[in-house]
Every structure is written in C-alpha cells, then in structure tokens.
Design a protein around this ligand. Structure first.
Ligand SMILES: C[S@@+](CC[C@H](N)C(=O)[O-])C[C@H]1O[C@@H](n2cnc3c(N)ncnc32)[C@H](O)[C@@H]1O
Ligand SMILES: O=c1cc(-c2ccc(O)cc2)oc2c(O)c(O)ccc12
Length: 249
C-alpha cells in the first residue's frame, strides 16, 4: 500500500486540472491517468468539464466526486431510468450536475448541503446547462430533511429511485437507515469514499489523526452493509471507493 503522504507528493507533479489523480486507489498514477484520458474525459459532457475546471481552483477541490465515479453513476441512473433522486453532500455540484444531466427532463433531485456558498460556485454552470429546474437545493444538515420527508409517509416512503451520499462519514449509517425507507424496492443508494483513501485496510496506528474518526465510521458502515439482508451490494474501487446498494426488500 502506498502511504498517503507519498501519494500527495506525487500528485503535486500534476496540474490543477487533474486534482483527482491522487484520490484514485489504483497503485499507479499512470493507470489512473490512462483511464481518465482514454475513457472518461473524452466522454465527459462539456458543462461537467467546465465545473470540474472551476472547482479545481477551489481549496476544497479534493472533495469532488471523481469523474470516473461520476461516469459510473451516470450509467446507473440511466440503467434504472431514475426520476426521483436525492443527494446528500453537494459541494460545488459535480455529482449533482452529473445527476441532473443523466435523468430525464421531468425528473428531480433533492440536493441537501448546509453550505450554499460552495453550491453557488457551480450554479451558473448548472443554469447554463439548462438543468436547474430539476434541482431542489435545500440548505441544511441532511438528517432533519430526511426525517421530515419520512414524516410524509404517503408521498415519500418507497418513492425515490436513487440516492447518492457524499457527506459527513460519521452519519453514513444514519443516512442508510433513512434512505432505505425512502428508496423503492429495486432502487439504488450509492455511497462515496467507502475505501477512505485506502485507510480501511490499514492498521489504525498507520492512519493520520485527522482521518481516524471517519475511517472508523466507514469501517463500521462497510461491516454493517456487508451483512444487511435488505440490500444487495457492490463495493467498487472507483475513485475513493463507491458502494452501490440495491434495495431488495
Ligand atoms: C465531499 S463534499 C461533496 C462533494 C460532491 N458530491 C461533489 O461531487 O462535488 C461533502 C459535502 O458534504 C457537506 N456536508 C457536511 N455535513 C453535511 C450534513 N450533515 N448534511 C449534508 N451535507 C453535509 C459539506 O458541506 C460538503 O459540501
Ligand atoms: O477530506 C475529506 C473530507 C470530507 C468531509 C469531511 C467532513 C464532512 O462533514 C463532509 C465531508 O469528505 C471528503 C470526500 O468526500 C472526499 O472525496 C475526499 C476527501 C474528503
């Protein structure tokens, strides 16, 4: 396993247009670059490319969903013909715009994030792409919004086709429980960062202090979904780890 600091140092060699290289868990930057350059970037819709380039100039750029994970999510959204979706953790909106571009004209996304400022960085690009009408942005912590949606059982329980979670790792299990009630049988819940920079497979002593708490939460989450009989799962090593959960009961 390559240690995180050496990944970081190596990543400094790349331009700000490619802040995703250091996030990939593949053991070779060249291989990550190969995947992005041959299969991902050439097919990335131009508004997403523009949003990625704007975000690259922002200090939090490492938080964006990686373009390869975005490509996989776009495929999933189209495969299930998702119409009613929910996203927890928007930042500048890469995954949000990706979702908006992948669902039909009359489909919708409830997008939740307490930080409206970062959402507003990507908003002009979302508007220019003509998909703002699909988005209901809610400036809030996610848990109270999910609980409110669940209070209106008739309209919301089992009604969502797709959910994407990319926010505070400490609440992943709380989100999972609520989203399992909101998503229909056959619907998908996708969680980002489930390999947490590879630290899930490292001894705790080898992990930097600032990553320990989230690492513990992610490990607890991974263990829990691995035995959850209500879902089928696939943990894919795309980006920082993407766990796809399909509700089956
Ligand atoms: C990793 S970023 C999301 C990246 C985004 N998916 C993208 O593609 O750019 C995490 C986001 O989660 C938000 N967040 C943190 N705690 C949250 C909470 N309790 N509820 C909802 N969003 C939260 C942060 O404000 C931040 O914008
Ligand atoms: O380094 C991070 C941190 C987060 C993060 C931290 C605290 C929150 O309340 C939400 C998110 O998320 C990240 C992320 O999603 C990512 O892909 C890379 C790094 C980080």
């Amino acid at each position: 396993m390559i240690c995180f600091s050496s990944i970081y140092l190596k990543s400094m060699e790349f331009t700000t247009a490619e802040p995703f290289l250091h996030k990939g868990l593949l053991q070779s930057f060249e291989l990550t670059k190969y995947i992005l350059k041959t299969n991902v970037y050439p097919r990335e819709p131009s508004p997403l490319k523009e949003l990625r380039e704007v975000t690259a100039k922002h200090p939090g750029n490492f938080m964006s969903t990686t373009p390869d994970s975005g490509q996989l999510m776009g495929m999933l959204l189209k495969l299930i013909n998702a119409k009613k979706t929910i996203e927890i953790g928007v930042y500048t909106g890469y995954s949000l715009l990706l979702t908006a571009l992948s669902i039909p004209h009359d489909a919708m996304i409830i997008a939740i994030d307490p930080n409206k400022e970062t959402y507003e960085i990507g908003l002009p690009i979302i508007q220019k792409a003509g998909v703002e009408h699909k988005i209901n942005f809610i400036e809030s912590q996610a848990l109270p919004v999910l609980d409110k949606l669940l209070q209106n059982q008739k309209d919301n329980e089992g009604s969502f086709d797709f959910a994407f979670v990319d926010a505070d790792k400490e609440n992943y299990l709380n989100y999972h429980e609520r989203l399992l009630k909101l998503v229909k049988v056959g619907g998908l819940i996708v969680f980002d960062n489930t390999l947490w920079g590879g630290t899930v497979a490292q001894p705790e002593e080898a992990v930097s202090e600032d990553r320990k708490e989230s690492r513990r939460s992610i490990i607890e989450f991974n263990n829990s979904v691995s035995i959850d009989q209500r879902i089928e799962i696939a943990l894919t090593p795309s980006g920082d780890g993407l766990t796809i959960c399909r509700r089956i009961r």
